[in-house]
Design a protein around this ligand. Structure first.
Ligand SMILES: [Zn+2]
Ligand SMILES: [Zn+2]
Length: 374
C-alpha cells in the first residue's frame, strides 16, 4: 500500500494551523452571486421554482419544460437508473439467441404502470418496464401545493449565542443521495469533520421517510441492506430533518461550510447557509487562471509555437469531480470500491489545504503566475 492511499479513509487527519490558514480560508468564502450562478439555494423557493419540482401524477417524472422537444414536458432526472436503461434499450447489449425476449416499452413520453407495486412487483404486468404509454403527461400532479411547499422548505442556519462553545470555525461535509419511488433525490448519508482539527463530527446513514426506488448504490456505496440493518440497529438518522438538526450544534452563521459541489449536499439537507467554500469552484477558478496563463504564453510564443504553453489537459477544465482532483493534486486514489464517507470529506479538506499551501502564496507573489499542471 502506498503512502498516499494509506492517508485516505480511516487514517487520522493531520491538524491544520488555524492561526496561519484561518484568514486564508476566509478569503475563499464565495460571493452570493457566484453561489447563485452555481445552483445554490439562498432563499426559500418561489412559487415558480416550486412548480418546477412538481411531478406527473402518473409516471412521477418532473414537469420541466424543454425547448428542444415539442412535448410540453421533459423528463429531467439527474440519476439514470437501470429501469430507464432497459426501457431505452429494450433489446439490450446482452440480447442474443439464448436470451429471453425482453418486453418492449410502449410509445409516448409518459411511461407508467397503472397497477400497484407489491413487494417490488407491479400488479398490472409483473414487469419493471412501464406497461402503459401516453403522448403527454397527466395534468394530475403527484403532490398537492402544500405537500410541495413542505417537501421543499429550506432552513437557514440559526443565529447562535457568541458564547456558545459548539459552532466550529469551518467544517467539511459530504452527503450521498438516493432516488425515491416518486423520483426525488433523497438524502441517505451525512459525514462532517472539523476543517482545522480533522475531528469527525458526524458519520451516519440517513434513512429517508419515503419509499425509495434505489440508493444509487453504484456511486453511494450504500445498499438497501445497509439501510435496513442501520434502521434495525437504530444507528441512522430518521429523515433529512434529523440529519440537518444534528449539524446545528457545529454551525453558526459565521461557520464556513466546505464541500465539493456543495450545492447538492445543502439542497439535499434543505439548508441555506451564508458562508461557503466550494472546492469545485476553487478548482474551476484555478483552471480559469491556468487557461489565461496558457493563452498569454501562446501569444508570447506566436501562433506556430509549440513550446511551454503545450496542450490543454484536464488541469484546464471546470467543474471537475473530486476523484480526479484528488489524484491530480494529492496523488490520492479515492472512491475505488467500498463506501467510505470519511474518505470524501478528508479528500475535500486536503484538496482545499493543498490549494491554500501551494496556490494562494504563488498567486500572492505574482498574480500572473503560471500555475503548474500536475
Ligand atoms: Zn405495468
Ligand atoms: Zn407522466
Amino acid at each position: 500500500m502506498s503512502s498516499s492511499s494509506a492517508a485516505a479513509g480511516g487514517a487520522v487527519s493531520v491538524p491544520i494551523d488555524e492561526s496561519i490558514y484561518g484568514q486564508e480560508l476566509e478569503r475563499l468564502v464565495q460571493s452570493k452571486g457566484v453561489l447563485r450562478a452555481k445552483g445554490y439555494t439562498l432563499e426559500q423557493l418561489s412559487p415558480g421554482e416550486l412548480e418546477k419540482k412538481q411531478r406527473c401524477g402518473r409516471c412521477y417524472k418532473l414537469y420541466t419544460q424543454n425547448p428542444w422537444r415539442t412535448d410540453p414536458y421533459y423528463y429531467d432526472d439527474n440519476y439514470s437508473d437501470e429501469d430507464a436503461y432497459v426501457a431505452q434499450n429494450p433489446d439490450g447489449p446482452t440480447a442474443g439467441p439464448q436470451s429471453q425476449p425482453k418486453p418492449r416499452r410502449p410509445s409516448g413520453i409518459c411511461l407508467y404502470h397503472d397497477g400497484e407495486q407489491e413487494n417490488k412487483v407491479w400488479t398490472c404486468c409483473g414487469q419493471k418496464i412501464p406497461c402503459k404509454g401516453e403522448d403527454f403527461h397527466s395534468s394530475k400532479a403527484a403532490y398537492t401545493n402544500a405537500e410541495l411547499a413542505e417537501r421543499w422548505k429550506f432552513f437557514t442556519t440559526l443565529t447562535t449565542d457568541r458564547n456558545q462553545v459548539g459552532p466550529r470555525r469551518a467544517i467539511v461535509i459530504d452527503c450521498e443521495m438516493g432516488v425515491s419511488v416518486m423520483g426525488d433525490m433523497e438524502l441517505i448519508s451525512l459525514a462532517a469533520i472539523d476543517y482545522f482539527t480533522g475531528e469527525v463530527l458526524i458519520n451516519s446513514l440517513v434513512s429517508p421517510l419515503v419509499s425509495m426506488r434505489h440508493y444509487n448504490t453504484q456511486y453511494s456505496g450504500i445498499s438497501g441492506k445497509d439501510m435496513h440493518e442501520a434502521r434495525k440497529a437504530k444507528a441512522c438518522f430518521r429523515g433529512r430533518n434529523q440529519a440537518r438538526k444534528a449539524l446545528y450544534p457545529f454551525i453558526g452563521p459565521d461557520t464556513i461550510i466546505i464541500g465539493h459541489a456543495l450545492e447538492n449536499d445543502l439542497n439535499a439537507l434543505r439548508l441555506i447557509h451564508p458562508r461557503v467554500v466550494d472546492t469545485q469552484i476553487v478548482a474551476s477558478n484555478l483552471a480559469s487562471a491556468r487557461r489565461d496563463a496558457h493563452k498569454m504564453l501562446q501569444a508570447q510564443e506566436g501562433s506556430g509555437g509549440d513550446g511551454m504553453a503545450g496542450a490543454y489537459t484536464t488541469g484546464y477544465q471546470n467543474n471537475r469531480g473530486l476523484k480526479s482532483l484528488a489524484w491530480e493534486c494529492l496523488r490520492r486514489n479515492i472512491q475505488t470500491g467500498g463506501h467510505d464517507a470519511l474518505e470524501d470529506v478528508r479528500a475535500t479538506r486536503d484538496l482545499l489545504q493543498w490549494h491554500l499551501v501551494h496556490v494562494v502564496p504563488l498567486k500572492a507573489s505574482n498574480p500572473e503566475a503560471y500555475f503548474p499542471i500536475f
